[in-house]
Design a protein around this ligand. Sequence first.
Ligand SMILES: Cc1cc2nc3c(=O)[nH]c(=O)nc-3n(C[C@H](O)[C@H](O)[C@H](O)COP(=O)(O)OP(=O)(O)OC[C@H]3O[C@@H](n4cnc5c(N)ncnc54)[C@H](O)[C@@H]3O)c2cc1C
Length: 261
Amino acid sequence: MRDGDEWVVNGQKIWTSLAHHSAFGILIARTDPDVAKHQGITYFICPMDAEGIEIRPIIEMTGGHTFNEVFLTDVRIPDANRVGDVHGGWSLAKVTLGNERVSLSSGGALWGMGPAASDLLDEVRGGGGCDDPVRRDQLAQLHIEAELLRLIRLRTVTARIRGEQPGPEASIRKILADEHGQRIMELAKDLAGPHGMLEHQRAGGAPDLWGWHWGYLFSPALTVGGGTGDVQRNIVAERVLGLPHDIDVEAGRSWADARRG
Ligand SMILES: Cc1cc2nc3c(=O)[nH]c(=O)nc-3n(C[C@H](O)[C@H](O)[C@H](O)COP(=O)(O)OP(=O)(O)OC[C@H]3O[C@@H](n4cnc5c(N)ncnc54)[C@H](O)[C@@H]3O)c2cc1C
């Protein structure tokens, strides 16, 4: 709600990556409950040290602490921190999410980070090769997928250099890359046999964050964070293939109305 030159924000947001390290966060706030749900949203840059912000850690099954639950109680954000029009934040949010998908797309299997299919192939070659025909077939398939993803990535980078905004092709890449990452981690675990149950450690005992073990435990998150695979498929269906819009039982209702229902 607006109060002069400030906005007073109350609410809660789960899964906020790196909130405990961040100076600023992007805050997408409901500013008008009486319009359709994609309207009435405003986009702010929120200082993470503002009074009324509480950051509670969430520990993942990797044992790490990447994300948090953030509570906002009467947090005052200056109107100068608003990006774009009042109630017009949804279109900006979509641009941000499109860019996030591109930023998650460099070479590694874990949202562009960590080991890639080529690292797994190197490990197999280094260990004397693999004569199991099923495993060999899976390795070849991963190599093919990695090459396809590399070419899609080059196409995306070229489009960005031309000044084009990321479009639905970023969703196609995310669907392919996330499931590819999960397959790499799963095959690495299978190939490691009983050793796969051991955690890799760096010298000094620190966990090897980008090792196969950590990656295997992190990999289920790939198809959830940054927009789930199901939602990416809806984007591809509607915006690339031109299929009818997904059924929306809240269509035509205001946000407040839908919440009451
Ligand atoms: C590692 C990680 C980091 C994250 N970091 C951040 C962050 O920094 N900031 C942030 O804001 N969020 C972050 N998230 C949250 C993430 O964006 C959401 O979890 C994700 O978008 C899914 O939303 P949800 O959890 O509300 O699930 P829901 O939307 O409730 O989905 C639940 C299930 O229903 C399916 N579903 C939902 N809608 C549809 C539909 N229309 N059609 C078909 N199926 C559907 C989904 O695919 C899913 O299987 C992070 C998540 C992870 C895993």
